[in-house]
Design a protein around this ligand. Structure first.
Ligand code: ADP
Length: 457
């Protein structure tokens, strides 16, 4: 098939979160499966310098220059080069994101006409769905997070170039505003999200973010497909970021990664003390406030463990994280910022990855943790619910620890379970082994998308 994806972030060219990993890996896996895949993304500042192989694309009758790169056989990445919109630091939040991503989506729609399947991701590229209108292509839209909708004042609708009758409550209008995500859902032939559980949750007021009626109206044309992991990127056997290689068959190297991480972060090198960690955007969604509360409660109570945190976002949460590290310098190390190499080293060095998300469409860190022999401690929601098997299962298949309530108390209890598990090395080794042997590779996800594409093309 000739498949065209569009995403506002694609690893390794740009990334703020899981969207970048998911779109890059899906496109790569489909190309490896023999499809002809094109992936369109903005040329942000710094990409051209970091990837000198970019070549100009001749034919485009677009209002922007387009560059191409072929990182894998069957996979072409097209970069939309419009300095006014994309040559700046950071990806989002400049105050003119409506202009920037409506422009980007219009470029996508123009480049899309020759594809059999046009598959766009999140609000930044959602407008391509209505723009393609009656074009003879299969239109697939994936939402990676319903909390980010691309909602803008009504006057921005004029930028879309769509007929004015599209601005009504059954299409792109939402409580008087323009809602790009809603347009992607309504106008796609098939809408997907990144886990089966999240697809169900979206139908409820608790998780639907006001669009639950739109999701309900989509019926069977809204479905959940769990993201996969790019194990070429996220592995423990051949990984330049790690101090020592290890695997399910030879797990002992994990201890060296723990020691090295403790050294790097300035924590006492204690082999037998459980090391917990978290890597995250500091946003309400991720439950960082719950994490802070539970860590403070446990550490204040004298519990013997260490914690390694990496993240950035909400300034209040950044400050609270820093303060925790100041209060417990022997036990807590916090890095505020974005650091891909450190993310790998934390995943490899820690014993437990704590993920108390209020909602989690898929979540990738818990999947990375499994492969890295790190036990995920997660709230039972969305993709966390779909991928983690709780200790309480009792049939020897557990790969993590799950808790239900969105509260400091419930998380604190789950942390208690983690510390108890750590005190039982044989049980811990079994849970780790289950995680490391689990297979969340993209081949299953790609096959599922193949079936879905076939049904609409
Ligand atoms: P989301 O997309 O909601 O942020 P996911 O768990 O799906 O959450 O994906 C997060 C991705 O971003 C993971 O690959 C994670 O390692 C990475 N990440 C998040 N914050 C940081 C950071 N501060 N430094 C490095 N990587 C980060």
């Amino acid at each position: 098939m000739n498949i065209l994806h569009a995403s506002s972030e694609v690893f390794p060219y740009s990334k703020t979160g899981g969207l970048a990993d998911a779109t890059a890996a899906l496109a790569k896996a489909q190309a490896a499966a023999g499809h002809t895949v094109t992936l369109i993304t903005p040329l942000y500042r710094g990409i051209a310098a970091a990837f000198p192989g970019l070549e100009p694309l001749g034919q485009a009758e677009l209002p922007a220059k387009v560059w191409r790169l072929e990182p894998e056989p069957n996979l072409t990445v097209l970069f939309i080069d419009e300095p006014e919109w994309f040559d700046r630091d950071g990806l989002y939040g400049h105050g003119d994101d409506a202009e920037r991503f409506i422009f980007f989506s219009r470029c996508v729609a123009r480049l899309a006409k020759r594809a059999e399947i046009v598959h766009t991701h999140d609000w930044q590229t959602a407008l391509a769905m209505p723009l393609l209108g009656q074009a003879r292509v299969g239109k697939v839209f994936t939402l990676h997070n319903a909390a980010y909708q691309g909602r803008f004042p009504a006057d921005k609708f004029a930028l879309t170039g769509l007929p004015s009758d599209c601005f009504d409550w059954l299409q792109l209008e939402f409580h008087g505003d323009l809602n790009l995500l809603k347009g992607g859902i309504v106008f796609s032939d098939l809408a997907t999200t990144v886990s089966p559980r999240y697809a169900e949750e979206l139908l409820t007021p608790e998780y639907g973010c006001g669009l639950e009626g739109v999701f309900q109206a989509k019926g069977k044309a809204l479905t959940g497909v769990l993201n996969g992991v790019d194990y070429a990127e996220w592995n423990t056997t051949d990984n330049p970021h790690l101090a020592a290689a290890y695997s399910a068959d030879a797990p002992s190297g994990k201890a060296a990664n723990k020691r090295e991480l403790q050294r790097e972060l300035g924590l006492p090198p204690l082999d037998d003390t459980p090391l917990l960690g978290n890597i995250s955007r500091f946003a309400e969604q991720k439950g960082i406030d719950l994490l802070l509360g539970a860590l403070e409660e446990r550490l204040g109570g004298g519990a013997a463990f260490q914690f390694a945190g990496l993240g950035s976002g909400d300034a209040g949460l950044e400050e609270a994280m820093r303060a925790l590290a100041v209060r417990f310098p022997e036990q807590v190390a916090v890095t505020i910022g974005y650091d891909n190499g450190l993310a790998h080293r934390i995943e490899a060095g820690i014993d437990f990855f704590v993920m108390p998300s209020r909602f989690e469409p898929c979540g990738l860190n818990q999947l990375y943790s499994l492969r890295y022999g790190t036990v995920p401690v997660v709230r039972a929601t969305g993709g966390l619910e779909d991928s983690i098997i709780d200790l309480g299962q009792g049939d020897g298949t557990a790969n993590g620890i799950k808790f239900g309530d969105c509260s400091v108390g419930a998380l604190g209890q789950a942390l208690g379970q983690a510390l108890s598990l750590y005190a039982e090395p044989a049980r811990l080794a079994k849970v780790r082994d289950n995680g490391m042997r689990a297979d969340f590779s993209w081949s299953q996800t790609t096959a599922e998308y193949g079936r879905l594409y076939a049904a609409i093309s």
